[in-house]
Design a protein around this ligand. Structure first.
Ligand SMILES: Cc1ncc(COP(=O)(O)O)c(C=O)c1O
Length: 416
């Protein structure tokens, strides 16, 4: 085989489809977020960030930074090993207690990322529970899909948030086999909640385990930011909750929270947990601090709600197609990878607005979009500027304007 030609042809084909990813170098200013500096081609320019997952801006919170630096000064930087071989500090143990408490579970387990937590936990459950059948929402994140796929077990994909379809699929499987329902509480590209109560009740009826990814909701929803399972009062009925330390808590890493036995089981059998070095102790300590702050930050959550309403109202007035959901994630639909990139380039080059175009494989082909994420640090004047810039770019490229499409409305109506 001509390897050189193979790799080069694959990349050329990706580029010709408009699907090639370029990373922008964005240095966020600790004191002035969402203002940041982009370095490109040896120059620098001022930009404003509209697509960060640092939802509460806790990565730049003075107390969190202070804690992180203190622990680096005290223990050094790296953890020194896997959790089993000298890599467990008291900060790791304390963080696991904090996370278990956050989700009202007996125990928790931290991983290098929520991606590994999902992939490794699901792979381990699927491999160990003999005869298992998985029921997975069609919009589940790549990390969950990889975990299930790699285990090579039967997997039924149910239509997004469609409880009737899930029931139909559950009915097809043998009552005696172990079952696992896998879903997210707030879908990352849609900002839509899942019908948790109904799914939990189906899980009970069919004696299925439930695995819930709360990556985009921890810190932001529910009492003290404990997530959407808490908000909908079903936390106790979800068997395994997955979350991240790298979004609302502004650090790095992921975790699962569950009963002591499930956590001990995953701790003992999951290769993605066992055979990798643990997080730096400073990250664990900063995460504890960030969670403490997030719990007390109802005002920040209120600002996010206020800001996202302002954006949605503006988009509606400008007739820019978007999904009218009820969250901090606001998808703006462009539905063409090249146009999506062109609009993003114009926004940054002519208006200093940084929003990353989202395309396949992050979303299906034809579903290309901007995924606006709002933080409490975005001011009303920033929002006005953002909307006006979008308006100008929409005019310049003659992009589609329309009131919300029926499908979008239907989808939202169905869920809330
Ligand atoms: C739904 C979902 N789950 C898991 C992850 C992985 O999270 P992490 O960045 O902590 O690996 C992501 C990443 O964006 C996500 O969107």
């Amino acid at each position: 085989m001509n390897y050189k030609k193979y790799f080069s042809d694959e990349l050329t084909s990706l580029k010709s489809q408009g699907l090639y990813r370029k990373f922008r170098e964005i240095n966020r200013d600790k004191k002035h977020f969402p203002k940041a500096t982009e370095r490109f081609e040896g120059n620098e320019r001022a930009v404003e960030v509209w697509c960060s997952n640092d939802y509460l801006n806790l990565s730049q919170h003075p107390e969190v930074i202070k804690k992180s630096v203190e622990v680096i000064q005290e223990l050094g930087t790296g953890s020194g090993g896997t959790r089993n071989i000298s890599g467990t500090s008291s900060y790791h143990a304390d963080l696991e207690k904090e996370l278990a408490d956050l989700h009202n579970k007996e125990a928790s387990l931290i991983f290098p990322s929520a991606y590994t937590a999902n992939q490794s936990t699901l792979w381990t459950l699927c491999k160990k529970l003999e005869g298992i059948e998985v029921f997975s929402d069609e919009l589940n994140h790549a990390s969950m899909i990889q975990g299930i796929k790699n285990a090579n077990v039967p997997c039924h994909i149910f239509r997004h948030n469609d409880v009737d379809h899930l029931r139909k699929l559950l009915n097809t499987s043998n009552a005696s086999v172990p079952k696992l329902i896998v879903l997210e509480s707030l879908y990352s590209m849609e900002g839509l909640r899942s019908p948790l109560k109904q799914i939990v009740s189906l899980a009970k009826e069919f004696n299925a385990l439930t695995y819930l990814d709360e990556v985009h909701s921890v810190g932001l929803y529910g009492f003290e930011g404990r997530g959407i399972a808490e908000e909908q009062n079903v936390s106790d009925e979800i068997d395994i909750i997955n979350g991240t330390l790298s979004k609302a808590f502004g650090q790095m890493g992921g975790y699962i929270a569950a009963s002591s036995d499930i956590i001990d089981f995953v701790r003992s059998f999951a290769p993605g947990f066992i055979f990798t070095s643990s997080a730096n102790p400073s990250i664990a300590a900063a995460s504890i601090k960030a969670i403490e702050i997030a719990k007390k930050s109802e005002n920040l959550r209120g600002d996010i709600r206020k800001n996202s309403d302002l954006i949605r109202n503006g988009l509606r007035d400008l007739e820019i197609p978007h999904l009218d959901n009820d969250s901090h994630i606001i998808p703006i639909h462009l539905e063409d990878p090249k146009l999506c990139k062109e609009a993003a380039n114009l926004l940054i080059e002519e208006h200093g607005i940084y929003i990353q175009p989202v395309f396949y494989p992050t979303v299906p082909k034809g579903d290309e979009r901007f995924r606006v994420t709002i933080t409490p640090k975005h001011q009303a004047t920033d929002i006005q500027g953002f909307l006006s810039s979008l308006d100008q770019v929409w005019n310049k490229l003659s992009l589609r304007r329309e009131r919300l499409s029926e499908t979008v409305n239907k989808q939202v109506t169905k869920i809330y």
